[in-house]
Design a protein around this ligand. Structure first.
Ligand SMILES: Cc1ncc(COP(=O)(O)O)c(C=O)c1O
Length: 382
């Protein structure tokens, strides 16, 4: 009988459940464990949703205007032409990833991913009976993939998942680095799936889309991060012409359509740039505050994030058990964070991830609480 694949738990969810229990007991908790904006959907998008609720009975639906708006976004932002027919609307990036992988690769396929990387890459691959091939990416590479590392994989995998800005590090691949990876993949017939969910959230140069370099790549994206609409469960997949029918068939059978209400709101969210850029300014300030604080905690081995809202911190001077460390931090200070083991099953015991997608006053309060806590830990270890 074929074996049912084992899937790792997401430890941050366990810690988050503890954080909510502590809050229910009356403790003051600051949530830095999930990459989830605390701001809610843009005001105009919410207003549109109210109007739709009052006037439209709704049904299963894939919004043509939204697909056309997304296509326009690719032309304006990246200078690439994407026909609306190549866009499949999904219930977030998570199902888009399932569609991308399952419409390109067969069970048993080897698909390379960066380590550290988003926990769901390796677990989604396993759930689909595919084999994640982890590429160790160290501090010297700012925890990102390099063309050399992809070229060195033997045998060549069938696929590669690229993420820029990446989770858990927020680091971005330059255009040249992304082009070089695409070149290696082209030469070795490796199909690229690019997770561009953190696009729009860059502190310097904007992130480049893989579609600027490789029209055959698949792109996963979502309204969960830049658009601050995670609970609306809306995202999209861009598929090349030869895979789009396969992806659309899977969407219809596995998930039907994304929520109609979210599609109406998502279309309006594209026009709410001013409000959304305001969130980015908050994340930039939060990032700077965290980067100022970390050296005082002995946390010096960090790759400053170029985008997203994460900081991947090496806490090897304090622990070799990040799960226990994050739990103690939560119980003793009320600050919830994510243990590195979620993102790196090999080295993650000496890393943790801070998400600074909360308001600046929450970050300031978290730093106030964590500074003496880390100092005490350093003293105890000295
Ligand atoms: C890198 C990455 N990809 C995909 C997702 C899934 O996002 P969605 O809410 O769009 O399903 C997340 C969520 O945190 C993520 O960090």
């Amino acid at each position: 009988m074929t074996r049912v694949p084992e899937i790792d738990p997401f430890h941050a969810i366990t810690l988050s459940a503890l954080a909510h229990r502590l809050a229910a007991e009356g403790r003051s908790v600051i949530h830095m464990e999930f990459g989830q904006p605390s701001t809610g959907a843009p005001r105009e998008a919410i207003a549109r949703a109210h109007h739709v609720l009052d006037t439209d009975p709704m049904g299963y639906w894939e919004s043509q205007p939204l697909k056309e708006r997304i296509a326009r976004h690719y032309r304006a932002q990246y200078g690439v032409d994407v026909a609306p027919e190549r866009i499949v609307l999904t219930c977030g990036a998570s199902p888009a990833l399932v569609l991308a992988l399952s419409s390109c690769f067969a069970p048993g396929a080897r698909v390379a991913v960066a380590r550290p990387g988003y926990v769901a890459y390796r677990n989604t691959l396993r759930a689909l009976h595919m084999e994640p091939v982890e590429i160790a990416c160290g501090a010297a590479e700012r925890f990102q993939l390099t063309a050399g590392a992809v070229a060195a994989l033997e045998p060549a995998p069938e696929g590669l998942i690229v993420a820029s800005p990446a989770n858990p590090t927020g680091t971005i691949l330059s255009g040249a680095a992304l082009a070089a990876i695409v070149e290696v993949c082209r030469a070795r017939s490796i199909r690229i799936v690019s997770d561009e969910i953190y696009h729009g959230l860059s502190f310097g140069e904007p992130a480049r889309s893989v579609l600027e370099f490789d029209p055959e790549a698949l792109v996963v994206n979502s309204f969960s991060k830049y658009f601050s609409m995670a609970p609306w469960r809306l995202g999209w997949l861009v598929a090349p012409e030869d895979r789009v029918a396969a992806a659309r068939a899977r969407m219809g059978n596995l998930f039907l359509t994304p929520p109609a209400l979210s599609q109406h709101a998502g279309l309006v969210a594209f026009e709410c740039r001013e409000e959304l850029e305001g969130h980015l300014a908050v994340y930039r300030r939060n990032r700077d505050l965290m980067l100022e604080a970390l050296p005082g905690w002995g946390v010096r081995r960090i790759a400053p994030p170029d985008g997203a809202f994460y900081l991947w911190a090496d806490i090897g001077h304090l622990t070799d058990d990040s799960l226990a460390f994050c739990e103690a931090l939560l119980r003793e200070t009320g600050v919830a964070t994510a243990p590195g083991v979620d993102f790196d099953p090999v080295e993650g015991r000496r890393f943790m991830r801070f998400s600074f997608a909360v308001s600046t006053d929450r970050v300031e309060e978290a730093i106030r609480r964590m500074t003496p806590w880390f100092a005490a830990r350093m003293e105890a270890g000295a």
